[in-house]
Structure formats: structure tokens, C-alpha cells
Design a protein around this ligand. Structure first.
Ligand code: FE2
Ligand code: FE2
Length: 274
């Protein structure tokens, strides 16, 4: 199985730069074009929230056109982030799988991939941080109880962990301890796939490995001694999750843009492994 995992497009209306610097729509277009060109063809393309920057109708119209242009006919799985406005997202992107499956949240289950995928909404309207609360935890509990023997991926926008970056940890998934307690009863959840922090990170909650995707737009600055939560224009990327012949999942961090190479390895006569 090949799952492309993009995140944090932050699409703006045409011609409007985010924070005066980030041409987010231009970057989103390049990321979606890279996803379209990826070979072998992926089983699905997951985009883990912050699809729009302000959740405006004009932003979703721009994104919907981009998705149709580059990924028409492909299996695209969307979820909501704190920059999204759920009602505008649900209206503009209703054609995409699962987006309106639930009457309120953007949450659904994908049953027909080699790994079961549960998409969960962690957005608290008006807040940067995320939370699940009793209702969402009960929904997740019920969905996971349906297939306890199937290896499962859980996708949600807000990472359920502490990252060490103060600005990120102020807006993480608040009640991640409750999610951890739930996952102790559902050990088939192997991975938790997130976005939101705009950097590639790896963590753990219970038995599940947490993988945070880099952003298709701007990246979060790696400043362990600074709590301002600034951004840098490091190369945008995405993750490629593979399930190998042994059943284990491995994740690769890939850049959107191309760089010089690939070059052949020319063994040096001094190389000790020859
Ligand atoms: Fe974001
Ligand atoms: Fe976010």
C-alpha cells in the first residue's frame, strides 16, 4: 500500500500571500502537482487539514479547482484543521469521500484500503488547539470496536503529543491523554497521522507511532529556545507511507521540489565495504 500524506495547504484567495510572505496557493498547486506525478500510483492521497488559511468560500473554491485539475479521478481523503471553517469546507468539497458522511464533523472510515483508516475531526471552532471530548472519543471507540483485528491508521489534524516546541505545544491536541487511554483498549491502531505543526516529527501515544507531516506551505521554525512560533521557508514536503511485504509501515519524507540528481554511487577504491 502506498499512501501519500500531504498537509497544511493553507490556500488563500488568488493573489493573496499568507503573512505577506507565503504564496500558499502557488505552493499548494506545486504540491498537488507533485502528488499527481508520483509513481507508482498511490492507493490514496490524504491531506490532514488546514486546507484553507482562513476557511473562506473563495479559498475553498480555489482549492476545489486545484484538486479537480491535478487529482481528478484520484482517491483524495480530506480532513479539517483549525484554519478551516467546517461548514464552508463541507459545502465546497462535498464531492470528496467522507466529507459529509457525518452530520456535523468531517469524520469517516475508509474500509477498503489494505489498512483501515479512521479519519477524526479534532477541531474546536475558534481555537488553535484541538480537542476530542467525550462525544468524539465515544465515536472513535465505537468505530475501532467494529474491526479490532484490522491494522488501522488514525488521521487527525492536531498531534496528540508534546513536541518540545512551546508554540506547537500550546495548540496541540489538549486531551491526548484520554485518547491514549482509549488506544490502550484498541491496540490495532498502528499509526496516528497528523499535520498542524508544519514540520516532520515522530512521537508515540500508547502503542501507536505518531507521524506529523511537513506542510505543503511554510514550515514551522525549529526553535527549541523560542516560544514565538515563527515560520521558515524551508523546502515543502509530504510523507509517503508504505506497507511492506512484512506488513510493517514505513514512512518517507519527500520534498515537493526537485533537486540535482539522482547520481550513481561510484564506489571509491578506499571504501571498506566493497
Ligand atoms: Fe497549518
Ligand atoms: Fe493547524
Amino acid at each position: 500500500m502506498i499512501l501519500l500524506h500531504l498537509s497544511d495547504l493553507h490556500v488563500r484567495p488568488p493573489g493573496v500571500a499568507l503573512s505577506r510572505v507565503v504564496e500558499a496557493s502557488h505552493l499548494a498547486e506545486r504540491a498537488l502537482r507533485a502528488a499527481a506525478a508520483f509513481r507508482p500510483l498511490p492507493d490514496a492521497i490524504l491531506i490532514t487539514g488546514d486546507l484553507a488559511d482562513c476557511g473562506l468560500e473563495a479559498e475553498y473554491a480555489e482549492l476545489a479547482a486545484m484538486l479537480r485539475r491535478h487529482l481528478g479521478g484520484r482517491r483524495v481523503l480530506l480532513l479539517a484543521g483549525n484554519h478551516d471553517r467546517r461548514e464552508n469546507l463541507r459545502t465546497a468539497l462535498a464531492e470528496f469521500e467522507g466529507v459529509t458522511a457525518d452530520p456535523a464533523d468531517v469524520r469517516y472510515v475508509v474500509e477498503d484500503l489494505p489498512l483501515r483508516l479512521v479519519v477524526l475531526d479534532s477541531v474546536v471552532p475558534g481555537a488553535g488547539y484541538g480537542a476530542l471530548g467525550a462525544e468524539r472519543l465515544a465515536w472513535l471507540d465505537a468505530r475501532l470496536a467494529e474491526a479490532p483485528a484490522r491494522p488501522t491508521l488514525l488521521a487527525l489534524h492536531h498531534p496528540p503529543m508534546l513536541s518540545g516546541l512551546a508554540a506547537c505545544d500550546a495548540i496541540n491536541l489538549r486531551d491526548y491523554a484520554a485518547l491514549g487511554a482509549l488506544l490502550r483498549r484498541h491496540r490495532q491502531v498502528e499509526r496516528i497521522l497528523c499535520g498542524h505543526h508544519h514540520r516532520c516529527m515522530t512521537g508515540r501515544l500508547g502503542d501507536a507511532v505518531i507521524t506529523v507531516a511537513p506542510a505543503a506551505a511554510h514550515q514551522g521554525a525549529f526553535e527549541l529556545d523560542d516560544d514565538r512560533g515563527r515560520f521558515v521557508m524551508e523546502p515543502p514536503g509530504y510523507l509517503v507511507h508504505l506497507r511492506g511485504a512484512d506488513g510493517a509501515i514505513v514512512s518517507h519524507n519527500v520534498f515537493v521540489e526537485s533537486f540535482p540528481g539522482p547520481f550513481p554511487y561510484l564506489p571509491d577504491p578506499d571504501y571498506p565495504g566493497a
